[in-house]
Design a protein around this ligand. Structure first.
Ligand SMILES: [Ca+2]
Ligand SMILES: [Ca+2]
Length: 321
C-alpha cells in the first residue's frame, strides 16, 4: 500500500511534466510553423523585389567590379610611365651620333687613285739611277697633287719620265726611247697649251749638238703618257738653231705654233709653220687649212728666233726618290 501511495504522486508529477513539455513543444512547433508560413508568404510576395534586389546587387557588383577594374587601368598607367623608358631610349641614339661623327674620318680617306677612279703601279725605283728634281702640282685635275720627274736608268741607258700621286696611291712611267745618256732629259715646266685647265708637262726628251727635242706629256687616269701626232707617233719638236736649221714654238691662244726653217741652196729659208692644238693626247691642226704655212724668205735672214715661249703654271720643285 505504501508503495502504491508513494508511487501514486511520483507517477503523477512526471505526467504533468510530459504534458507541459508537450504543450511547450506544440507551442514551439506552432510558432515555428507560423513563422515559416509567415516568412514563406513574405518571400513569395517579394520574389520580384528580391530578384530585382538580387539583380541590383549584381549590377552593383558589376559596377563595383567595373569600378574596381578602373583601378586596374589606373594601375596600367605605369605602362604609360614606360614613356620615360622611351625618353631614356633617345639618348643612346643621340650618343650614337657622335659614334658616326667619330666614324667620319674614314670618308675623307679616299686615295687620289680612288678619287680619279683608276689605278697604276710602276713599282719601286730601280737601284742604279740618277734623279732630277720633281715638279709638284695637280697634274691630272683630280684630287690632290702629283709629282713628275725624270731619272736616268743606268742599266737601260735611257731616261724615264715618272709621275706619282703625292699620297703614293698610283705611279706611272714612260720610258723615253729617244733619250740617251749623253743628252739629259728633264721637265721644262708645267703648262696648259690648250687652256682646258688640265696641265701638260713640257719635257726635253733628247737633243743634239745645236738642238733639243721637246715634247709634251700628260698625267691622265693615273697614267703618264706622251702626246702624239695623228699617226700615233710621239710628238716632239726640234728647238734650236744650227747653221742650216732653225726651230721653235710658241704657246698662244689655246694652240701652239710650231715653226721650222731650213736654209736652201738658194740661200733662202724654207719655212714651215703649224698651228696645232692638243685634243686629249693628240695634236690636231687648228682652224682652217691656212693654219699651216709653207713659204720662203726673200733672203738668208732667219725668219724667226729659235727657242720656245710657253707660259708655265705654278708648280713646286721638290726632291724625289
Ligand atoms: Ca691630281
Ligand atoms: Ca691642258
Amino acid at each position: 500500500m505504501n508503495s502504491d501511495q508513494n508511487s501514486g504522486p511520483s507517477k503523477k508529477s512526471p505526467d504533468r511534466r510530459l504534458v507541459v513539455l508537450l504543450v511547450v513543444l506544440v507551442l514551439i512547433i506552432g510558432l515555428l510553423l507560423g513563422w515559416l508560413l509567415g516568412s514563406g508568404s513574405y518571400k513569395s510576395d517579394d520574389d520580384s523585389m528580391t530578384a530585382t534586389e538580387d539583380s541590383g546587387l549584381v549590377e552593383q557588383i558589376d559596377e563595383s567590379t567595373t569600378t574596381t577594374q578602373a583601378p586596374v587601368t589606373t594601375t596600367a598607367l605605369p605602362l604609360t610611365t614606360e614613356a620615360p623608358a622611351t625618353t631614356t631610349a633617345p639618348p643612346p641614339t643621340t650618343t650614337q651620333a657622335p659614334v658616326t661623327t667619330t666614324a667620319l674620318p674614314p670618308p675623307p680617306a679616299p686615295t687620289q687613285a680612288e678619287a680619279a677612279g683608276c689605278s697604276a703601279d710602276a713599282g719601286p725605283l730601280p737601284d742604279d739611277i740618277s734623279l732630277n728634281m720633281g715638279f709638284q702640282a695637280d697634274l691630272d685635275g683630280v684630287a690632290g697633287e702629283e709629282v713628275a720627274y725624270t731619272y736616268l736608268d743606268h742599266d737601260l741607258g735611257k731616261w724615264v719620265l715618272r709621275a706619282e700621286a703625292v699620297d703614293g696611291s698610283f705611279s706611272s712611267e714612260w720610258l723615253i726611247q729617244d733619250s740617251d745618256v749623253v743628252f739629259g732629259t728633264d721637265i721644262l715646266g708645267v703648262v696648259d697649251t690648250n687652256v682646258d685647265g688640265l696641265p701638260e708637262l713640257m719635257v726635253k726628251v733628247g737633243g743634239g749638238a745645236y738642238t733639243q727635242s721637246i715634247g709634251f706629256a700628260v698625267v691622265r687616269d693615273c697614267e703618264v703618257e706622251p702626246t702624239r701626232n695623228l699617226e700615233g707617233g710621239v710628238w716632239t719638236w726640234a728647238v734650236g738653231a744650227s747653221v742650216q736649221h732653225i726651230g721653235g714654238f710658241e704657246c698662244t691662244n689655246g694652240y701652239v705654233r710650231f715653226e721650222s726653217a731650213s736654209l736652201t741652196e738658194a740661200l733662202v729659208w724654207l719655212v714651215h709653220s703649224y698651228k696645232n692644238s692638243l685634243n686629249g693626247i693628240v695634236w690636231e691642226s687648228t682652224g682652217t687649212a691656212g693654219s699651216n704655212y709653207v713659204g720662203e724668205t726673200d733672203d738668208e735672214i732667219p725668219p724667226f728666233e729659235s727657242g720656245y715661249v710657253c707660259p708655265t703654271l705654278p708648280s713646286m720643285m721638290v726632291e724625289v726618290g
